[in-house]
Design a protein around this ligand. Structure first.
Ligand code: BES
Ligand code: MN
Ligand code: ZN
Length: 467
């Protein structure tokens, strides 16, 4: 799909002309005003649409009136959602060219306009032998070209991430993630199992033991001459989470190919950084492995030693993400970066707490957390702060090691957070739990079922804002 910025979208021959309408107001189209509003009493409530044929009397074949709700309530996020709705309608009608007439909408809304169109354009049909040809080819709109260009890049990183997270675990293996990481033209180091052993990554390697897939520790680096800031982003990279010996029930395992959504987010971001060339040094880090119950699997009761020397008693092999992240956090903290952000499908508890509309965020620096929360809001995602009180560590106390990997069922997202904090040293750190938002069971706003590309828009915008 291509968005073409034009002087006047109404002068373009198109399959559909989308005309925006504020609730209770007239539109810029006489046809719409006469037939939909005056004759048919169309109100233009937010998200409502009304379709009119033009019977060959206009250069556009149909008019789609797009309700935007009350004028004073419109914001870029609502516009994005409405635009996505119009694109989905156009796809249903197999329209190839769509012109948008957005009367009274400011040009600085162009980024979210374009995000709505590009995100709605996403499909995952590579394994369908018969593919639908229902994609919109061209969009015409009066808009800010620079913001459209920016949105196109962010959306393409999101699509990259969504493709990876939608990919079945049989293909998206740790080795495959490592191979992909090497394709970005960045300085990239892949550590194999033996090298991870030498680095003392006993927590990460324990998780990998039950699988025939070799673990890979991935480190990508985007560098610039005099960086304004140095940031490490770590993505949870469990390419399949069976639970291990504490095996999951079938219904919980169904979507567990998505347990590398954090890693997919980091890869999506690293894939596009060069095109934005921000003056920030960015390290992308992934401890990739499978969590399987093979005959050499790690067991409840095992005691693991992480890279920083801390010992962990395995209480539940299904709390594997925090073990892999523990070693990745130790590694990142040794890079001398200013900030570390980890993003992970970490706990079902976070999903229970916040549902599929918001990710949980925790960390040791409130101003960094607040900046991430506001960046998320502007980018079209939601982050909600959860506490990291030391009391959450009480249930993780072990009689024979420094800690256990699980404790109380209650407050599970925060308990996982305080566990991770034990592996963070001398750096500003934020942890984003995307368990509830990374993979949708039903369509939600501009997103279809499946992988959402969670974190890509927010973390990219956050990085771009630093330099
Ligand atoms: N990958 C899961 C968390 C998850 C759950 C992600 C649902 C997406 C959707 C994680 O590894 C896990 O299994 N967590 C356990 C932790 C428990 C054993 C303390 C959980 O949340 O049940
Ligand atoms: Mn698990
Ligand atoms: Zn997991």
């Amino acid at each position: 799909m291509e968005i073409k910025v034009v002087e006047n979208s109404k002068n373009i021959e198109s399959d559909i002309l989308v005309v925006s309408m504020f609730e209770g107001e007239k539109t810029s189209s006489e046809l719409a005003n006469t037939y939909a509003i005056d004759q048919d009493n169309f109100k233009g409530k937010f998200g409502e649409t009304y379709l009119l044929p033009t019977y060959g009397k206009e250069i556009y074949r149909k008019v789609l009136i797009l309700g935007l709700g009350k004028k004073e309530e419109l914001n870029p996020n609502k516009l994005r959602e409405a635009v996505a709705k119009a694109i989905k309608k156009a796809m249903q009608m197999e329209a190839k060219t769509v012109a948008f007439s957005l009367d009274g909408i400011e040009f600085d809304y162009s980024e979210q306009f374009a995000m709505g169109a590009f995100i709605a354009d996403y499909t995952f049909d590579k394994y369908k032998s018969e593919k639908k040809d229902n994609k919109v080819k061209e969009i015409y709109v009066q808009a800010n070209q620079d913001l459209v260009n920016k949105a196109e890049k962010i959306a393409s990183a999101m699509a990259f991430t969504r493709n990876l997270a939608n990919e079945p675990a049989q293909y998206a293996t740790p080795s495959e993630l490592a191979a992909i990481a090497c394709d970005f033209g960045l300085e990239t180091k892949i550590y194999d199992k033996e090298e991870c052993e030498k680095m003392g990554m006993g927590a990460f390697l324990a998780v990998a033991k039950g699988s025939i897939q070799e673990p890979k520790f991935i480190h990508m680096k985007y560098s610039v001459a005099n960086p304004k800031k140095r940031i490490a982003i770590i993505g949870k990279g469990i390419t399949f989470d069976s639970g291990g010996l504490d095996i999951k029930p079938p219904s919980s395992m169904l979507t567990m190919k998505d347990d590398m959504s954090g890693a997919a987010c980091v890869l999506g971001i690293m894939s596009i950084l060069k095109e934005f060339h921000p003056q920030v040094e960015v390290h992308g880090i992934i401890a990739a492995c499978e969590n399987m119950p093979g005959c050499s699997a790690y067991k409840p009761g095992d005691i693991l030693t992480a890279k920083n020397g801390k010992t962990i008693e395995v209480d539940n092999t299904d709390a594997e993400g925090r073990l892999t992240l523990a070693d990745a956090l130790c590694y990142a903290c040794e890079l001398g970066v200013d900030e570390v952000i980890d993003i992970a499908t970490l706990t079902g508890a976070c999903m229970v707490a916040l549902g599929s509309n918001a990710a949980g965020i925790m960390g040791n620096d409130d101003s960094m957390i607040n900046e991430l929360i506001t960046t998320a809001e502007k980018s079209g995602e939601r982050y909600w702060k959860l506490p990291l009180w030391e009391e959450y560590f009480d249930s993780l106390k072990s009689d024979i090691a420094d800690m256990k990997n699980t404790g109380s069922r209650w407050g599970g997202a925060s308990t996982a957070g305080v566990f991770l904090q034990k592996f963070v040293k001398d750096v500003k750190w934020a942890h984003i739990d995307i368990a509830g938002v990374a993979f949708l069971e039903k369509p939600q706003k501009e997103l279809i079922k499946g992988a959402t590309g969670a974190g890509v828009r927010t973390l990219l915008n956050y990085i771009l804002a630093q330099g």
